[in-house]
Design a protein around this ligand. Structure first.
Ligand code: SF4
Ligand code: SF4
Length: 164
């Protein structure tokens, strides 16, 4: 698994043009059963991929924290939202709250998330491969395949399965 993760940026780069062309066509004419196919590909991939052996998303990129996330996590720590923000977050170029540093502060050495039950919505949903109307997040997916081995595999399977 680690070899695959280490090679992902290069593998994703090699596939970038092919993926971009695929998603362009997908956006133009998404198949009717796309939601169903994505759910199936997502479930199949995550049956064999153990996130605890990976945690590459938590190590290399952080989630966005919504106001609701901040309130919920601050409450978990019995902190005021503003104190939580000052301790852990910063505002990025797009004006969103993100982690001050990666790997994520809440990631343990065993790859467990210490705030799993109250983790940000973006963490719960990553890599978004079971999202409805998947064609709408093509640009995000083009980036995520360089971070997430499961997303990379899912996109490779998509290209085999969906003929456009
Ligand atoms: S979501 Fe992807 S990058 Fe994150 S731990 Fe699971 S397989 Fe790894
Ligand atoms: S909050 Fe938890 S799931 Fe989200 S990036 Fe940090 S360790 Fe990973």
């Amino acid at each position: 698994m680690q070899d695959f993760i280490d090679n992902l940026p290069q593998l994703a780069k090699d596939k970038h043009n092919e993926n971009k062309a695929f998603f362009k066509k997908l956006k133009k004419k998404p198949p009717k059963q796309l939601d169903y196919v994505m759910q199936e590909l997502h479930d199949r991939e995550f049956q064999k991929t153990d996130c605890l052996e990976c945690a590459n998303c938590c190590k290399t990129t952080g989630p966005l924290f919504t106001d609701k996330d901040i309130e919920r996590i601050a409450k978990h720590f019995k902190m005021k939202p503003q104190d939580f923000i000052e301790s852990y977050l910063r505002i990025d170029e797009e004006n969103d709250y993100v982690l001050q540093s990666v790997p994520c502060t809440f990631l343990g050495a065993d790859n467990y998330c210490s705030i799993y039950d109250v983790r940000p919505k973006a963490c719960k949903e990553f890599p978004h491969t079971d999202r409805k109307k998947f064609q709408q997040i093509s640009n995000l997916t083009l980036k995520n395949v360089a971070i997430c081995p499961a997303a990379f595999n899912i996109v490779e399977e998509m290209k085999k399965r969906i003929k456009l």
